[in-house]
Design a protein around this ligand. Structure first.
Ligand SMILES: Nc1ncnc2c1ncn2[C@@H]1O[C@H](COP(=O)(O)OP(=O)(O)OP(=O)(O)O)[C@@H](O)[C@H]1O
Ligand SMILES: [Mg+2]
Length: 394
């Protein structure tokens, strides 16, 4: 069985000024194509860091990441953008929809970047929204939708281009249990259609929807590798890694405190998912979104770079520019998360149960990020110009 994802000996160390903040330690993790895996672990253990590396939104420090068999660490930003476009869909806890766009407009965006002609993409996006039960909400803006509906729009957007792998960071964290269940049912349906799913969650019930649950603690992933082929390099002993992680955690805490002083008080929210739409370049199998893909879209898989004319080059550059803005905004959301993580630590110190603390953190995070994400007075830092879809219309 082929791996859709391989993490080989991945380390991640953030550089915060002069201070190094080691976060991931010799992470070895493999997912077979079609698997559904949940990652669980305490707050601050490195789950989002790992997810952002797997989604090519952030760079690893050491090791190698293979997506669908393709090593990514040596790829340029432009090549990474195209890899994401072809293979990866993202879903986040706080949805990351464009407030100024309708549900239809949000789902159309990945198709726009895939250069699907306007008429076609409207039809495809409408069909995708119908598939997630929102056929009667096409023209609604995010502020006119419930949390569960917003997340379903985000899911339609994540999969509208048939990604091979869906990455979800706390996809039900901001939802009530019924909406969370609906989201899990959609994930299950997508997985049954052949999409690999990797999901971070704090919730054991949500994790139980996955075929397999792996744990991460202090940046060390436990039992992440289920080899059908052996690892190329012998891994370090887990005890060594845990010891290293414990030492690193102290340094990390100091770095985070130092970094907090440098962070801007407020930065406009962004939409990382929009910078990483998936695009189907292989023949789609029978399934979830097949009936919306009867008209073949432009095949970008062969000689894509050779064929880029100047206009296309500018489009690719625009995607990369926007991703830079998106990455900064991800950093800001993380900064908020750090603040919440500190509150969690305080609660833990006071002797509250870990579960209560995590719940408090998640509630706080949802409140603080959504407040800005849906503040229409702020310009989302997506770098998507008004009427941007026309630019690539054909
Ligand atoms: N850009 C950064 N610079 C420095 N340290 C960072 C940066 N991003 C994350 N960290 C640190 O890395 C550690 C892991 O963060 P991460 O966001 O991956 O945790 P998490 O497991 O997703 O936590 P949560 O469950 O709260 O979302 C934290 O200690 C965090 O402070
Ligand atoms: Mg996280």
């Amino acid at each position: 069985m082929a791996y859709i994802l391989e993490c080989r000996h991945i380390d991640k160390t953030y550089q915060t000024g002069k201070l190094e903040v080691p976060v991931l330690h010799d992470v070895n993790f493999a997912m077979e194509a079609g698997e559904y895996v949940a990652i669980m672990g305490p707050s601050g253990s490195g789950k989002s860091t790992l997810m952002n590396i797997i989604g090519c939104l952030d760079r690893l420090t050491e090791g190698e990441l293979l997506l669908d068999g393709e090593p990514v660490s040596q790829l340029s930003e432009k090549e990474l953008a195209l890899l994401r476009l072809r293979k990866v869909g993202f879903v986040f806890q706080t949805f990351q929809l464009l407030e100024s766009e309708t549900a239809l407009g949000n789902v159309e965006l990945p198709l726009t970047y895939a250069k699907v002609p306007r008429k076609e993409r409207r039809a495809i996006a409408a069909e995708a929204l119908e598939k997630v039960g929102l056929g009667d909400r096409l023209e609604f803006k995010p502020s006119q939708l419930s949390g569960g509906q917003k997340q379903r729009v985000a899911i339609a957007r994540a999969v509208v281009n048939h990604p091979k792998i869906l990455l979800a960071d706390e996809p039900t964290g901001a939802l009530d249990s019924k909406s969370g269940q609906q989201v899990m049912e959609l994930f299950r349906a997508l997985n049954q259609e052949g999409v690999s799913v990797l999901m971070i969650t704090h919730n054991r019930e949500i994790a139980s929807y996955a075929d397999r649950v792996v744990e991460i603690r202090d940046g060390v992933l436990l039992d992440g590798w289920r080899p059908t082929t052996p690892l190329p390099i012998p891994s370090v002993q887990p005890e060594d890694a845990v010891a290293a992680a414990t030492a690193a955690a102290t340094a990390a805490a100091a770095a985070v405190a130092a970094a907090a002083a440098e962070r801007p008080a407020s930065v406009s929210p962004s939409s990382p998912i929009l910078s990483a739409p998936g695009i189907q370049v292989e023949e789609p199998g029978d399934g979830f979104f097949d009936d919306v893909d009867e008209e073949p879209t432009e095949d970008l898989s062969e000689g894509f770079f050779d064929e880029l004319d100047e206009e296309e080059d500018r489009d690719a550059a625009a995607i990369i520019d926007r991703e830079d803005a998106d990455k900064k905004a991800v950093g800001t959301l993380r900064a908020k998360g750090d603040g919440e993580a500190e509150k969690v630590a305080t609660l833990l110190d006071k002797g509250d149960s870990e579960e209560e603390a995590v719940t408090a953190k998640m509630n706080g995070e949802a409140k603080s990020t959504s407040a800005e994400a849906f503040d229409t007075d702020k310009t989302p830092a997506t770098g998507i110009p008004a009427g941007g879809s026309e630019e690539v219309d054909t």
